[in-house]
Design a binder for this molecule. Structure first.
Ligand SMILES: Cc1ncc(COP(=O)(O)O)c(C=O)c1O
Length: 383
């Protein structure tokens, strides 16, 4: 995707809304009535659109009917998953395990709710590939563990975890398993039954849907025990109060349906574009190292270390021509190296010299060739 002078290579931050999704949403422009006002015809029409969108999301993840609630995004879904389990717990279990590569909304929600409610949080280490260190994970599991949270696909280095294996191990110890699958739609097939997860989070804007909508899958048998995060009018069976945005629900469902239909073709197209990107850079004498596993990886994810360079300065010198991302986080005093890159063993300096380019549905060969030439030019100019 090229907007004016800018080549967009930041699809894992967010995706543009697919024109087919926009068209579907436009068809529901007049469905402004409250989908929870089912006493009148217009409300019923909106309710039917929301129900049908929910059924599509359920079918997308292979769940049964009424196992999905809409949320404002994956941040809210992840917060609800963690908070509800901790609030509801009546057992003697006191620990939550979270993967070392989890998004901040899992890490920070786990720390916040655990501290507030008297639980402890332990981080499950990963191997240099980014895959969960199975031996360490097995050693950390015990009858004290209440909940395990491991993401399906990482947002910075694209690592794809074996969720089925991890959830089965958690269940052997009677722990619940939550999976943040916000980055999964472009990378893998989600199947909550096969993966045997208890809860799973999704976000529309990572899958060519609109911003402001996501979903939380909660296994049927758990629902009665888990309190909501949002209290109010009791919408969505009391599991998440608030009036649903009909158009966003419809767009989200359409986006997931397209992702599923096109997954195989997307994967192979993105893999070949990624290959071209890496070959172009190699041919131009650009020195780089690839961060993370090369096989179990999001097909559009490229995370490169430009040894001895500062990624923030490099990204700034690439403006406005290339949109990419450093994994570093800003706080009020300084820029902190990405916790993901540090968890796979990079030093602060190595992490601070790394940039993520994420390719997507509207990336093409011409953009790859232009982008790699611009990167080469900048790197060679600043030697
Ligand atoms: C893995 C992962 N989880 C959660 C989120 C948060 O999603 P949302 O923007 O829908 O709240 C993101 C987005 O950056 C993500 O990449």
């Amino acid at each position: 995707m090229q907007l004016g002078n800018s080549i967009y290579l930041d699809y894992q931050a967010t995706t543009p809304v697919d024109p087919r999704v926009k068209e579907e949403m436009a068809a529901y422009d007049d469905f402004f009535a409250n989908p929870h006002s089912v006493g009148h015809f217009l409300g019923q029409q909106a309710a039917m659109a929301v129900d049908s969108a929910k059924a599509d999301v359920e079918s997308y993840i292979g769940s049964a009917k009424d196992e999905v609630i809409f949320t404002s995004g994956a941040t809210e879904a992840n917060n609800q998953a963690i908070a509800s389990v901790l609030f509801a717990n009546k057992t003697a279990r006191t620990k939550i395990l979270v993967g070392a590569l989890e998004h901040k909304c899992i890490k920070n929600a786990a720390t916040y709710f655990a501290t507030y409610l008297g639980y402890s949080v332990e981080e499950v280490p990963v191997l240099p590939s980014g895959l969960i260190d199975l031996e360490a994970y097995k050693n950390m599991l015990s009858e004290e563990v209440l909940l395990v949270c491991v993401m399906s696909v990482n947002n910075e280095i694209g690592t794809i975890q074996d969720i089925k294996q991890l959830s089965e191990l958690a269940h052997e110890y009677g722990a619940l398993f939550h999976c943040d699958a916000a980055q999964a739609p472009e990378a893998t097939n989600i199947d909550v039954r096969d993966w045997d997860v208890d809860m799973l989070s999704l976000s529309a804007h990572k899958a060519y849907g609109p911003k402001g909508i996501g979903a939380l899958y909660i296994k049927n048998s758990l629902q009665a025990q888990l309190p909501p995060l949002m209290h109010g009018g009791g919408q969505q069976f009391g599991m998440r109060s608030g009036t649903l945005p009909t158009g966003l629900c419809v767009g989200f469902a359409k986006a997931l349906t397209i992702s599923k239909e096109e997954l195989a073709q997307t994967r192979s197209r993105l893999l070949s574009l990624k290959q071209r990107f890496l070959e172009n850079l190699s041919k131009s004498d650009t020195e780089f190292l690839i961060n993370g596993d090369s096989i179990r990886r999001h097909p559009g994810n490229i995370n490169l270390q430009f040894v001895g360079r500062n990624a923030t300065s490099l990204l700034s010198s690439l403006q406005p021509e290339i949109s990419a991302s450093t994994g570093s986080a800003c706080n009020s005093e300084m820029i902190l190296a990405s916790h993901v890159l540090k968890a796979i063993g990079l030093s602060d300096d190595q992490a601070m010299s790394s940039l993520r380019f994420s390719l997507g549905r509207f990336t093409d060969e011409k953009q790859i060739d232009q982008a790699t030439e611009i990167i080469r030019r900048e790197l060679h100019a600043s030697v």
